[in-house]
Design a protein. Structure first.
Length: 211
């Protein structure tokens, strides 16, 4: 079974229309749908915003269901030279708000964990054969960033948490994101709010092309 997972209903609601023979479940108080897309067994989960919601929901799913691969979709803030509307594949992700550097760890590194969590190479190849997307680094933290971090990268509030859980469960994961706003732009908040309203159609199209 392939798990498609996102944080907000505004990202996932239209994907649900692709699912044939849907069955509706609740896992850790979160809405989950199972069924088929293009003859493939899938599960669609919407976790809620933030690292705890992301980790809790994904952990509960992976502990209970035979998930073969995880596809994370969602909106991200982009750092220049990225533009609003750019679609990207995440090559690796790390936390931007976890800091134990005073004890010799790298910025973003959780003890006994890697600093960066990579996407599964076979999934990257499979998606790249169908979609021509930029490959970028994702930084995750429980804060909506308005100041740039690393040029050409993106940021969100769940991605690295999904990847850390997938790493611990040894489950292949990939993330496909769409830039909703450019961090530091004067109209960043307004850009995000307007873009979010139509984002689910974009992710429906992406999932329809890669499955």
């Amino acid at each position: 079974m392939i798990l498609i997972i996102g944080a907000m209903a505004s990202e996932t609601v239209k994907i649900e229309t692709l699912i044939k023979n849907p069955d509706y479940l609740t896992i850790s108080s979160k809405a989950v749908v199972t069924g088929e897309i293009m003859g493939k067994k899938v599960m669609l989960a919407t976790t809620g915003v933030g690292k705890v919601n992301a980790a809790l929901t994904l952990s509960a799913i992976l502990a209970t269901y035979p998930i073969e691969a995880i596809i994370n979709v969602g909106l991200v803030g982009g750092f220049k030279p990225l533009h609003q509307g750019d679609m990207v594949i995440i090559k690796e992700t790390a936390y931007h708000d976890f800091d134990l550097t005073i004890f010799g760890y790298e910025l973003g590194q959780v003890p006994q964990m890697p600093t960066f969590y990579p996407s599964d190479l076979s999934l990257i190849k499979a998606v790249s054969s169908k979609l021509d997307l930029k490959h970028v680094r994702l930084y995750t933290g429980d804060k909506f960033l308005t100041n740039p971090l690393e040029m050409g990268s993106v940021c969100d509030m769940e991605g690295a948490a999904f990847y850390q859980v997938a790493y611990l469960f040894k489950t292949p994961i990939i993330s496909i994101k769409v830039v909703s706003d450019v961090v530091g732009e004067q109209a960043q908040i307004e850009d995000y709010e307007l873009f979010e309203q139509t984002s689910s159609e974009r992710f429906k199209s992406i999932i329809g092309q890669i499955l």
